[in-house]
Structure formats: structure tokens, C-alpha cells
Design a protein around this ligand. Structure first.
Ligand SMILES: [Zn+2]
Length: 430
């Protein structure tokens, strides 16, 4: 057994209690073997004056969109997509997507994220980056059928299925997959009827955007006479292993449906605020028993991939949405960004206990904005920043030690990304 110990820190337990303890990891199995006093391994990570937390699980992202970070801000979703995002995405090469994914995964490791769920294309490039970087991911190809002829639409749906079948279990099992109809308004009914049963046959969970903006709700009600999540249920899209991104505009019946079907919601507060999409009723969802995870969405609508920033946004926006300062507490948000997202994605990670995957982050507490230390759960949500993450471990392997990422070459990734992004926007502008 090759062992790693994380020593001298305070450990955030599954019940949000914080205790002084060391963590011992079996690097061969990638599991935590003990949490307690005086544990030593062959390799050691210093966690003194630090909090050891489960690695954060980013439940919804478009990781390669980092190349579009800051390219177009301050516009509503529809015109932002049509005028700024889609024209640039049309110019993306497989190489661009690899470079964008490297940048995104680098940012995730540096902000304590050890697993993410992604929607994009050229997914094999993203899978290679995940493999090299050492994180976990739930990947998939996003299918859109509207605006395409039958051949093009069918090709998209087939590819989403094919990629899900092909990449599942890659990177020593760190990669799993989902089938991804982009949304209920961008994939036509006939294709859902044909392909959703095929995804079930293949045993692949389904991840799609739903109820993100009001403009997405109305067309479904007009065309099908029911609310979007009623329609999704009719189409077989809300099984327990499935999850939707956003869930902003959901009514009482739709909240009930999510609870009844046991499908999960990934809340993306920063993206919802930036695009003025609305406020998801997070406390209502939680009170109804819905599993809620947290995600950053793409870097173009956030504009960073830090789950610590997302946590603060979730707590703040959750209170505003509920008109209640006691709603969406810090403890609730910590659960959402770890266990909640992990449950939604079907991962075993998300909590620190014996036998759990050794996916964790060590947060440095020695800084002005984290002093004094009354309540570390509060600090994690309301005050900690990505730059406070000292070490990141996934599957028992050290991905970042003392802010030095070991699996990706940071300066080269940054240089490649800057060059590729400038060239990309240049091509799109013609
Ligand atoms: Zn999205």
C-alpha cells in the first residue's frame, strides 16, 4: 500500500462538523483509509492552519468555454448566444477545445474542484485532458436538432449516444458519461421520442438544460400545453439518475415532479444572475426533498470556474429568492457543492470518511479575510477564495501541492490559451 497523509489540519466531516484530525489515504485504491490522530504516510501534505474539505463537485460546466471568458459580457441570454457565443463556437477547432479544457481544468484544480460534469463537443479532447490532469468528470456530447435537417439532427443525437457509450469508464474509471439533449426547446420532440429510450437501454444518465429563462418555458407551454418539466417527465427525461441544469423558472407542480421522480437540479447562481435569467427557488426545492447540486456553467457567463465563488453566490441569491435571510444557510451550500452535486452526478465522492474516495481540497486559513475563525463552514461559503486552496487531491493522487499543479504545466497552458483565444475571436470577426 502506497500511502499519503494530510496532517495537522481540521477536517470537515459529512455532518458539517469540524474536527482536528489527520487523513490517511491509500493511493493504490484511491480511498481514505483512516481519519484520526497521528496518522503518517509515505508522502505527506501539510494541512496546518488549514481546513481539509471534500473536493468540490462542479455539477454543470462547459469547460472549454474558458477561451470565451470576458469576450462578451452584459447581454441577455438569447442575443448573447446568437450574436457573440455561437459565431465564435462555430470557429472552434478540436485543438482549441483541448486548450480551453486544459485552462478550465487547471483553474478547477487551483480552486479545489476534483470532479465536474460537462456539456460540449469534441469530447474526446476533453476526455484526454481529464485523463492527464487527474480529476473526475461526467462528460458528454451536446445534441441540438432545431435548425438542422433530419440527417444533421439524427447525426447529433447518434453522436451523443455514441460518445456516452465509448468514453464511459475511461481514465481508470475517472470518466463517466451522460446523454445530452441540449434543452427542451433546442431538441425536437420526435428525436426525444426516438433517442431517450436508446439512452435508457445503454444505461446512460441524461443531463440537459431546463427552465433556465422565461423564454424557454413559454414555447413548451404553447406547443405542448404543459409546463417544461411535465413535458420532460412525459418524454422519460426525469429518471432518478438524470439531472437538469438551472431549474430557475419552476412552479410548485414541477418542484413536486422533481421530488417524485428523484431527478436532481444543478443550481448555477452566477450564470443566472449575470444573464438576468432569474432566481431559482433553491430553498423550496430543498424543502420538497429535491437533490440540489451546484455548478458554475461556462466561463463565458460567470466568468470563473471557482466553486467557492459559486457557493457565496448560492447563499446570497438563495436568501434573496426566498426573501428570507435564514434560507440557504452556509451549511446547506457546503452540502450542495460537495454531497449534493456528487449525488446528482452519481459519484461516491463528496464526503470525507473512511472508505470514501480520497477527493479533497486543503484550504489555507492564514489570511486577513479568514481571520478571526469563529465558524469554518461560514468562512468556506462567505469568505474563502480560490487562491486560498493550498493542495488538491483526487483519487488519492496529489494534483496540486502548495499551489503548484503537478499534472498540467501551468505557464504553458496559460500561454497556449491566450494565443488560441485571440486567434479564435479573430477568425470569428473575419
Ligand atoms: Zn449550461
Amino acid at each position: 500500500m502506497t500511502t499519503l497523509s494530510i496532517t495537522g489540519g481540521r477536517v470537515l466531516g459529512p455532518d458539517a462538523t469540524v474536527t482536528r484530525a489527520d487523513v490517511l489515504v491509500d493511493q493504490d485504491t484511491g480511498e481514505i483509509v483512516a481519519i484520526g490522530d497521528d496518522l503518517s504516510g509515505e508522502e505527506t501534505l501539510d494541512a496546518s492552519n488549514a481546513l481539509v474539505t471534500p473536493g468540490f463537485v462542479n455539477g454543470h460546466s462547459h469547460v472549454a468555454m474558458t477561451l470565451l471568458r470576458g469576450h462578451a459580457d452584459d447581454k441577455p441570454l438569447d442575443s448573447w448566444l446568437r450574436e457573440d457565443i455561437w459565431p465564435v463556437e462555430a470557429e472552434l477547432t478540436a485543438e482549441d477545445i483541448r486548450i480551453g479544457a486544459e485552462l478550465g481544468v487547471l483553474e478547477m484544480i487551483k480552486s479545489g474542484t476534483t470532479a465536474f460534469s460537462d456539456m460540449y463537443f469534441e469530447v474526446e479532447e476533453i476526455a484526454d485532458v481529464v485523463d492527464q490532469a487527474g480529476v473526475r468528470a461526467l462528460l458528454g456530447f451536446t445534441a441540438i436538432t432545431v435548425g438542422k435537417d433530419d440527417e444533421g439532427a439524427r447525426a447529433d443525437m447518434e453522436e451523443s449516444l455514441e460518445i456516452a457509450r465509448k468514453l464511459d469508464g475511461r481514465a481508470d474509471g475517472r470518466i463517466n458519461t451522460t446523454f445530452q439533449p441540449h434543452s427542451l426547446t433546442t431538441v425536437s420532440e420526435a428525436y426525444l421520442d426516438e433517442f431517450v429510450p436508446k439512452a435508457r437501454e445503454a444505461g446512460v444518465p441524461i443531463h440537459f438544460h431546463a427552465n433556465e429563462t422565461v423564454n424557454e418555458v413559454e414555447p413548451i407551454v404553447d406547443e405542448h400545453g404543459v409546463r417544461p418539466l411535465e413535458y420532460a417527465t412525459e418524454k422519460g427525461l426525469l429518471e432518478p439518475e438524470d439531472f437538469i441544469a438551472h431549474g430557475v423558472h419552476v412552479d410548485e407542480r414541477e418542484i413536486e415532479l422533481l421530488a417524485e421522480t428523484d431527478a436532481s437540479v444543478i443550481h448555477c447562481p452566477a450564470s443566472n444572475m449575470k444573464l438576468a435569467s432569474g432566481m431559482a427557488p433553491v430553498q423550496k426545492l430543498l424543502d420538497a426533498g429535491v437533490t440540489v447540486g451546484l455548478g458554475t456553467d461556462g466561463a463565458a457567463s460567470n466568468n470563473d470556474l471557482s466553486m467557492l465563488d459559486e457557493a457565496r453566490d448560492a447563499a446570497m441569491l438563495g436568501k434573496l429568492a426566498a426573501d428570507d435571510a435564514t434560507a440557504v444557510t452556509a451549511e446547506t451550500v457546503v452540502r450542495m457543492m460537495t454531497q449534493g452535486s456528487a449525488d446528482a452526478l452519481g459519484l461516491d465522492s463528496g464526503q470525507l470518511e473512511e472508505g470514501a474516495p480520497a477527493d479533497l481540497a486543503v484550504i489555507d486559513l492564514e489570511s486577513p479575510h479568514l481571520t478571526p475563525r469563529h465558524d469554518l463552514v461560514s468562512h468556506l461559503v462567505y469568505a474563502a477564495a480560490a487562491s486560498d486552496v493550498r493542495h488538491t487531491v483526487c483519487d488519492g493522487q496529489v494534483l496540486m501541492r502548495d499551489r503548484d499543479v503537478l499534472t498540467l504545466e501551468e505557464s504553458a497552458v496559460l500561454e497556449r490559451a491566450q494565443e488560441a483565444a485571440v486567434a479564435l475571436v479573430g477568425r470569428a470577426d473575419g
